[in-house]
Design a protein around this ligand. Structure first.
Ligand SMILES: Nc1ncnc2c1ncn2[C@@H]1O[C@H](COP(=O)(O)OP(=O)(O)O)[C@@H](O)[C@H]1O
Ligand SMILES: [Mg+2]
Length: 291
């Protein structure tokens, strides 16, 4: 019987797929927490939230960020590493290092930025798999994954490739439509068997930088109400602050540039609220398979 097994021919493509899976599992087992940042639609501040969460998480641990939004990869700009070289190693590639020591990888760093690339679905999936399994993440406490926006097939198939994520953080805005957004996100998370760790309401109220007075430009509370109605944890709200846009353009995440602002305090509070919802980390593997 044993002999039969030994001589059984495993087709090369199956062997290759198995090897790839092993590699992914090994790399991912060295990362304690994987947090997916998603939104029902684009433009709600998903990437800004992902970048700022990563730098706050890096304050009491090691953190990395994967820009899985291969068609609109904004993370390198937000983290100021758009010109950094990704170096090849014998077993993969080194991530670039952003502010607060956050390890960053994005498709924008791996392709020629001036070439207009039309990515087909399967190619995007392959790219994401590489960003997870070919990057030398090492031992990390947190990996934040900025998903493509929306709840269509593309983010869905991307999310399916992320093994044992703690869950998703849903970013929405304060308008009433956020209920619809969050509903869609719940259906999405169910489809990929991912927990929702909580809801963040971004662009929630505007604190005037001149007089400190708060104005509710997009109303306030839609995200919080949606979370409540749908039985999800509400992680907090981030006010509108024009300096978030500037910070994004300057390549330094907002929380580091304006640590005393209301929005920075909000990001910190959100991380504090998020942590109890993370899964208990499994012990890291030791022995020959650990590397
Ligand atoms: N709280 C905020 N206050 C002000 N501008 C914000 C805030 N959050 C995000 N932005 C800005 O809104 C735009 C969209 O944000 P972005 O993070 O790119 O969203 P997404 O990734 O969801 O498309 C960016 O110009 C960003 O700087
Ligand atoms: Mg984005």
């Amino acid at each position: 019987m044993a002999e039969e097994l030994e001589t059984a021919q495993i087709p090369p493509h199956i062997m290759a797929a198995m090897r790839e899976r092993m590699k992914m599992a090994q790399r991912m087992s060295r990362i304690k927490h994987k947090i997916v940042v998603m939104s029902g639609k684009g433009g709600v501040g998903k990437s800004s939230v992902a970048a700022n969460l990563a730098v706050v998480l890096a304050e009491d641990g090691s953190a990395g960020i994967v820009d899985a939004d291969v068609t609109g990869p904004d993370i390198p700009m937000l983290m100021g590493v758009q010109d950094a070289q990704v170096k090849a190693t014998e077993t993969g590639m080194e991530p670039t290092i952003g502010p607060a020591g956050v390890k960053v990888i994005s498709m924008a760093q791996l392709i020629d930025r001036d070439t207009a690339v039309v990515w087909r679905g399967p190619l995007k999936i392959k790219a994401l798999k590489q960003m997870l399994s070919d990057v030398e993440w090492g031992d990390l406490d947190y990996l934040v994954i900025d998903l493509p926006p929306g709840t269509s097939d593309e983010p869905l198939s991307v999310a399916q490739e992320i093994p044992d994520a703690d869950g998703a953080v849903v970013v929405t805005t304060p308008q009433l439509v956020s209920l619809l957004d969050v509903r869609k996100s719940i259906a999405f998370a169910k489809a990929v068997k991912m927990d929702i760790l909580g809801v963040i309401e971004n662009m929630s109220g505007f604190v005037c930088p001149h007089c400190g007075k708060e104005t509710d430009i997009f109303k306030v509370g839609g995200g919080e109400a949606a979370a409540k109605e749908l039985g999800l944890p509400f992680l907090g709200r981030i006010p509108l602050d024009p300096r978030i846009v500037v910070g994004g353009d300057a390549g330094k995440p907002f929380v580091l540039e304006h640590p005393d602002s209301e929005a920075a305090k909000a990001f910190r509070a959100i991380v504090k609220n998020l942590k109890p919802h993370l899964k208990e980390a499994r012990p890291r593997p030791t022995g020959p398979l650990a590397k």
